[in-house]
Design a binder for this molecule. Structure first.
Ligand code: NG6
Ligand code: CA
Length: 510
């Protein structure tokens, strides 16, 4: 009898524990803009995103959901650490041979969730460097530190970006399928005079480059940086999305008995945009549209896996992006030419690399059937807040010195009645130039220390518009950030500028 009671008690505790510890899957798209999916207003008739739209229909769709930077590495850094990337040098777009930007000791969302008994994994694009400071990745040896040293039990990675060398997978601390007799070399200089590049062999390319991206050729596409060897380890760009889904399914099945946290880091829509053959031509736009369809398929697969495993009622999905959209990002893939009337940033100005709304305001959906009531929320939430918000939900204490800019917006993420999101948010570009956006309620201050951070066409266009150093906008009346009210409302401009400066000087938000 006593045994039965104990068993019942254990069962009750187990059920209770899993009920309060939802699985969490963060699906982070790459370069997906506010207006790129159906539920955020995408109009092109063949650009269909039924799975993302369904997520929004069953979950909470945010109209003021942000990532913290308008490029990849700083957004990912701050999502994982809960610290604004501008607080630390060396958090801009990571080069192919960059060391792990997050070194052991710096706390991540993975560490936090592990403390609560979660199994943790990252599958997909990493782009936060691998290896020791001052050394970088040892491509033929152990790639440490990597995700496993900073809070993740498992990783299956595209180590840098798909346009940066090398095109190999990293599983846990090693390059997958690497043959030691064909070692991998990665560098920034041409390894030999006859090494084929996007310049010398331009006529052979299956997708031509428009700027940069003219070094080593793999899969008919020239990339940023050079590499040799590792042939048995190289992937086909067409297969990446399938791989992320396959590995996620394996990992979820293996870990479903414990609460788990999966960072599903899609490489779509980052350049080179190469959809799998079955998605080619599907969107009626360019490959840029086709990889949105491919990304949407991935979202559908994740939900399918959860349902098949009976996990959907106990799993929270957060769908977001790492920065806003870009047209030509270095390859002639027809993105701009076939854009038609489609507005990737929706009603917003700017996109990737900029501090205008288009740079960081992106699709942001939370989904947790029976817990999150379907709807639309105008609360301000940001990817940087997930660490502290989940800690609050799990009643975990936070060390004073970590997750310093991550705020508890869990109530807003769950759509609880009356729950508030952030009352302010600092937006950055790739960093290093001192450009900041500062959103507070309906107001936004833009501080441009210099013109735009990066020399790409969209940005040249913006720079040629001769942006004021200090701009005040009323986002309610002017979501497109067209009118500078700094002259007519100097008090508000000064107030916001002082508040922004105080947050920068204070060194933390929490
Ligand atoms: C830029 C690349 C761009 C892209 C970006 C990083 C050139 C000319 N441009 O330097 O193609 O790779 O870096 O994008 O090389 S991100 O989304 O990962 O931040
Ligand atoms: Ca990106």
């Amino acid at each position: 009898m006593k045994y039965i009671y104990l068993t019942l008690l254990a069962f009750f505790l187990a059920v209770h524990a899993t009920a309060t510890k939802p699985n969490v899957i963060v699906i982070m798209a790459d370069d997906l803009g506010f207006g790129d999916v159906g539920c955020y207003g995408a109009k092109p008739k063949n650009l269909k995103t039924p799975h993302i739209d369904q997520l929004a229909k069953e979950g909470l769709r945010f109209t003021s959901g942000y990532c913290s930077a308008s490029t990849c590495t700083p957004t990912r850094y701050s999502f994982l650490t809960g610290n604004y990337a501008f607080r630390r040098a060396g958090t801009g777009i990571a080069p192919p041979n960059g060391p792990s930007i997050i070194q052991p000791g710096e706390k991540t969302i993975g560490d936090l969730l592990k403390r609560a008994g979660y199994r943790t994994a990252v599958i997909g694009k990493w782009h936060l460097g691998l290896g020791e400071l001052g050394k970088g990745p040892d491509w033929n040896g152990e790639l440490k530190p990597g995700p496993r040293e900073i809070g993740f039990d498992y990783n299956f990675l595209l180590p840098t970006t798909n346009d940066r060398v090398p095109q190999v997978y990293v599983e846990n601390s090693r390059v997958l399928n690497l043959n030691p007799s064909d070692p991998l070399w990665v560098g920034y200089k041409k390894p030999s005079p006859d090494h084929p590049t996007g310049i010398t062999h331009r006529h052979t390319l299956k997708m031509d480059w428009s700027h940069g991206h003219n070094s080593t050729i793999h899969n008919g596409i020239s990339r940023i940086g050079f590499y040799t060897g590792g042939h048995s380890a190289r992937f086909r760009d067409e297969d990446l999305a399938d791989k992320w889904v396959e590995k996620s399914e394996e990992w979820i099945k293996k870990n479903k008995e414990d609460p788990f946290f999966l960072f599903f880091a899609s490489h779509d829509l980052h350049v080179p945009r190469i959809p799998h053959e079955r998605f080619k031509g599907k969107s009626g736009l360019s490959y840029r549209g086709d990889v949105i369809v491919q990304l949407d398929w991935c979202v559908g697969e994740i939900v399918r896996i959860l349902k098949e495993q009976g996990l959907e009622k106990n799993t929270m999905i957060v769908f977001c992006s790492d920065n806003g959209p870009v047209g030509d990002d270095g390859y002639k893939d027809g993105a701009l030419e076939f854009m038609g009337d489609h507005k990737p940033a929706g009603p917003y100005k700017g996109g990737k690399y900029s501090i205008f709304e288009g740079g960081t305001r992106t699709p942001f959906i939370t989904w947790w059937p029976d817990t999150i009531e379907p709807g639309v929320s105008d609360e301000v939430v940001c990817t940087i807040d997930l660490a502290t918000s989940l800690a609050s939900h799990l009643e975990l204490s936070l060390p004073e010195e970590s997750y310093i800019d991550s705020l508890d917006v869990m109530g807003a993420l769950l759509g609880k009645e009356g729950a508030k999101g952030r009352d302010h948010l600092i937006q950055q570009d790739n960093g290093g130039k001192g450009n900041f956006g500062f959103r507070k309620g309906k107001w936004k201050l833009l501080r441009h220390a210099q013109k735009m951070a990066r020399n790409v066409k969209v940005e040249q266009k913006l720079a040629s518009e001769n942006i004021d150093k200090l701009t005040l906008v009323d986002l309610e009346k002017d979501p497109g950030e067209t009118q500078n009210l700094a002259q007519s409302n100097p008090k508000m401009a000064e107030k916001l500028n002082a508040e922004l400066q105080a947050l920068l000087d204070r060194g933390r938000s929490r």
